[in-house]
Design a protein around this ligand. Sequence first.
Ligand code: NAD
Length: 320
Amino acid sequence: MKIRGSNIVVTGCAGFIGSHLTDALLAMGNHVVGVDNLSAGRREFLEDAEGYPDFRFVQADLLNDDLRPIFKGADAVMHMAANPDVRSGAKDTLSHYKQNIEVTYRVLEAMKETGVKDILFPSTSTVYGEPTVIPTPEGYGPLVPISVYGATKLACEALICSYAYSFDMTGVIFRFANVVGTRSTHNVLHDFTNKLKADPKRLEILGSEPGTTKSYVHVEDCVRGMVIGAEYARNKVEMFNLGSNDRMSVKDIADTVTEVMGLRGVRYEWTGGVQGGRGWIGDVKNMLLSSDKLRSYSWEPTMNSSQAIKKAVREIVRSG
Ligand SMILES: NC(=O)c1ccc[n+]([C@@H]2O[C@H](COP(=O)([O-])OP(=O)(O)OC[C@H]3O[C@@H](n4cnc5c(N)ncnc54)[C@H](O)[C@@H]3O)[C@@H](O)[C@H]2O)c1
């Protein structure tokens, strides 16, 4: 995928990862059209991007608006928009179906109709469900997602593969570990810092001690990995896992958050969770991706999970 001096559409450009990706693409000399309906994204995340004459923001809804005028003339679409909230999937299955599957279908159809050939797609470790091989490589199967979110992202992957082979397109798919860093608005770090600001003596934690163990990657490493993977991708459809090389338990995260906030003697109150101690329905218990494929293309995360979490918590605390 050519991502220097190209015309690129970034959907979800005002979101957490999409806004960082937009900044990186502009710094690399691309012309970027950013699309977002601002349902979760924030215009202030585009402050840096709006300093570039090569950036144009379009407020549009990917589910309802005609995408063809926006996509016309683009070389690639980086489709970052989604409903990324795993937790909400057990209560609101329709939103995941519409915002993930239907929107991705509309994006692919608009690409087909306007002749845009390349798509980059952020998928997720949750497509693996609860794999028996950890660290999990890209070739692991069968893929048995346990959350509606994971299922819808897997369906999007499948749609992208089929369009690539049916309509002479190419797809680069990244399966991310949990991404943390500036401009994130919803994750365990926000949950903990918000609760501790309200009551610095106790912390309610979803699940049973020590909680799930997962891998975390900082958004700076994530975006650098996407750029490297996209540039090296040679096949019609290329899949890359993207995560750091270690895991942290929820208890480790709680310890890190309290330490960074300078709190002592915080009482952890575990809720017990659901389905044998999970934080919520569809919460995977153990996740660690093998990112050897991306690392073979000279990508290396600069931070492990603990360093990524520490940096992200400091960023959240600093931003108030
Ligand atoms: N954050 C993570 O840890 C993580 C992990 C794995 C995969 N992903 C994937 O990465 C992508 C970005 O995630 P994020 O954490 O930055 O999420 P985010 O919610 O911060 O960003 C998503 C953006 O898409 C926009 N959007 C949503 N629906 C839209 C629609 N119908 N029309 C136009 N805009 C719309 C939102 O306003 C938001 O700005 C998602 O596809 C997500 O599934 C994220």
